[in-house]
Design a protein around this ligand. Structure first.
Ligand SMILES: [Zn+2]
Ligand SMILES: [Zn+2]
Length: 258
C-alpha cells in the first residue's frame, strides 16, 4: 500500500510540488533571517511600575535595590543591557542583547528565534521537512534500481549524485522531523525551549491556556495566514501577544509560582 502510494506520487508531475515547497521554504528562511526576533523597547518598564512610579508593586521596594538582588525573581533585570526584562525575555550571549520570548539562537539562520519570528522558524521547519521528503520520494525509484538485478541506467557521476542526494535528503527530513515534533509539543504547551529547561520543577505553567489558544498565540487567529510567514493586520491589532511584551496567564495560576 505504501509502495503503491509512493509510486503514484513519483508518477505525478513531481517537479511542480518540490518547487512550490522550495519557494515557501526560501520565503520562510529569509523571513527568519531578516526579521528582528524582538527587541526590548528603550526605557521599557513593567506596566505596574508605570502606575506606582519606581516602586516594585509586589513588595514596595525601590527598583534600584532589586536590581542587585538576584534572589528576587519577580523583577527581572538584565545587567548586561542595563534594562528591565519583559516577561519571557532572555539575554542572548551571541547577539549580545535581550530578545523577547527568546527560544534559542539558531546558527542555521544566523539569528535569534524569538517572539516575532518564531512562527516563521516553525514554518521553515515544516517546508524543509516537506521539501526534503518529497525529493526523497521522487528519488526512491532511482534508488531502488541500485538493488535490482537489471542494468542501472546513467553515468557513474549521475548515479553517485543521485545516491548522495537521496541519502542526504532522507537524513535531513528525518532530523528535521525530530526537531519539528519537539517544537509542536512546545507550541502545544506554550513553552519556549529555554522555558522548557527552566520550568522542570514547576508543576503548573502560567502561560498554558489550552492547545488552541497556545497555537493561536504563535500562528495568529486568522487561518489564511497560518501557512505563510506573516500576520494579518487584524491579528496584530487584536493580539498584543504578537508584539512580544504581554502574555496572558491562566486565571487560576498561583502568582507565587514563577
Ligand atoms: Zn540583555
Ligand atoms: Zn541570539
Amino acid at each position: 500500500m505504501i509502495l503503491e502510494s509512493l509510486n503514484f506520487l513519483t508518477k505525478y508531475d513531481n517537479s511542480f510540488i518540490p518547487l512550490s515547497e522550495l519557494v515557501m521554504l526560501l520565503w520562510c528562511y529569509f523571513a527568519v533571517v531578516f526579521m528582528d526576533p524582538g527587541t526590548v523597547p528603550p526605557n521599557w518598564k513593567p506596566a505596574a511600575d508605570e502606575e506606582r512610579g519606581e516602586v516594585d508593586p509586589l513588595n514596595g521596594v525601590e527598583l534600584s535595590n532589586l536590581q542587585s538582588d538576584p534572589a528576587n525573581q519577580r523583577f527581572r533585570y538584565c545587567r548586561k543591557c542595563s534594562q528591565p526584562k519583559p516577561p519571557r525575555c532572555h539575554h542572548c550571549s551571541v547577539c549580545g542583547r535581550c530578545v523577547l520570548k527568546m527560544d534559542h539562537h539558531c546558527v542555521w539562520v544566523v539569528n535569534c528565534v524569538g517572539a516575532l519570528n518564531y512562527k516563521y522558524f516553525l514554518l521553515f521547519l515544516v517546508y524543509t521537512f516537506l521539501e526534503t521528503t518529497l525529493v526523497t520520494i521522487s528519488l526512491l525509484p532511482h534508488f531502488k534500481t541500485y538493488f535490482s538485478d537489471g542494468e542501472i541506467p546513467g553515468t557513474p557521476g549521475t548515479l553517485a549524485t543521485t545516491f548522495l542526494t537521496f541519502v542526504l535528503n532522507l537524513a535531513f527530513s528525518l532530523s528535521v522531523l525530530g526537531f519539528l515534533v519537539l517544537h509542536v509539543s512546545l507550541v502545544a504547551s506554550n513553552t519556549t525551549t529555554i522555558e522548557a529547561y527552566e520550568k522542570k520543577t514547576t508543576s503548573k505553567w502560567r502561560y498554558d491556556l489550552g492547545r488552541r489558544k497556545n497555537f493561536e498565540q504563535v500562528f495568529g487567529m486568522d487561518k489564511r495566514y497560518w501557512f505563510i510567514p506573516a500576520y494579518s493586520e487584524e491579528d496584530i491589532r487584536r493580539m498584543p501577544v504578537l508584539q512580544g511584551l504581554e502574555y496572558p496567564s491562566t486565571p487560576d495560576f498561583n502568582a507565587q509560582e514563577f
